[in-house]
Ligand binder design. Structure first.
Ligand code: GLP
Length: 243
């Protein structure tokens, strides 16, 4: 595991964007797994900046969405699909044919998850998966006690996750969806490289627990300790409880 500590969130985004630019230069058709949430904003901003400065060509990059709320269509402003389009995919012109969304509004959700797993396999697994972390250690929407062997599936969200995500639902936690689709822990762990991002003091405790605590399903992100290529990019506030 490699840990890069930055002075602030902006620098976290820049460091991570530089890593991705390097990956795309090595492999223009990189399969990139994308996360949502406020942690991702400085990262996407930095990547867009590099794209606009002509430092990277994204026309061949393939993207995979990490998770999505059930019942929200891609047109819904609160869907993760909408978030990804707005904060990244549209500004960098990723061609539609290279975008793999998880449709939380599909009629048959089980089929949708199976289809998604196949799409990932067809791309020969994700090359680089970007991840954030929830305060309870969730990754994507793999909540505590999700099996390390899980694949893409339907899940029920914990109360703490719904409270945190209320920021996108006019701060009304009861309005935040209760169910979601998420890439499984096994699925994301198959990614060749993983980059975990976090900033802020409220992530310090969970970053310490996930990276240095016991590896168990109670803390989904603890599984990352076993990954063969994990890079953690966090600001000094999120790193403040590391030994
Ligand atoms: C959501 C997403 C996760 C994300 C987490 C942290 O629950 N499903 O993928 O990592 O929130 O979000 P934030 O970056 O807003 O703290």
């Amino acid at each position: 595991m490699k840990i890069i500590i930055t002075s602030n969130a902006k620098e976290m985004g820049e460091k991570a964007a530089d890593l991705i630019v390097k990956e795309i230069k090595n492999k223009p058709s990189l399969a990139l797994g994308l996360a949502t949430g406020k942690t991702m904003i400085p990262f996407y901003k930095a990547l867009i900046k590099r794209f606009k400065e002509d430092k990277v060509n994204m026309s061949y990059v393939k993207v995979f969405q990490l998770d999505e709320y059930i019942g929200l269509s891609g047109k819904n402003k609160r869907s993760f699909q909408f978030f990804l389009k707005k904060h990244f995919l549209v500004p960098v012109n990723i061609p539609g044919k290279n975008i793999h969304f998880l449709n939380g509004n599909a009629k048959n959700l089980r089929k949708e998850c199976k289809k998604y797993e196949k799409e990932i396999k067809k791309a020969r697994d994700i090359d680089v998966q970007i991840l954030g972390i929830g305060r309870n250690g969730h990754m994507g929407f793999n909540e505590p006690f999700s099996s390390f062997n899980s694949e893409t599936r339907k899940v029920t969200l914990s109360d703490i996750t719904r409270k945190d995500n209320a920021q996108f639902f006019n701060n009304r936690h009861k309005k935040a969806p209760k169910r979601a689709l998420t890439m499984g822990i096994k699925t994301m762990n198959m990614s060749k490289k993983i980059i975990l991002l976090a900033f802020g003091k409220n992530k310090a405790g969970i970053i310490h627990r996930a990276l240095h605590g016991a590896i168990d399903e109670e803390i989904p992100a603890s599984v990352l300790q076993k990954h063969k290529s994990l890079t953690v990019v966090i600001d000094k506030a999120a790193a403040s409880e590391l030994d």
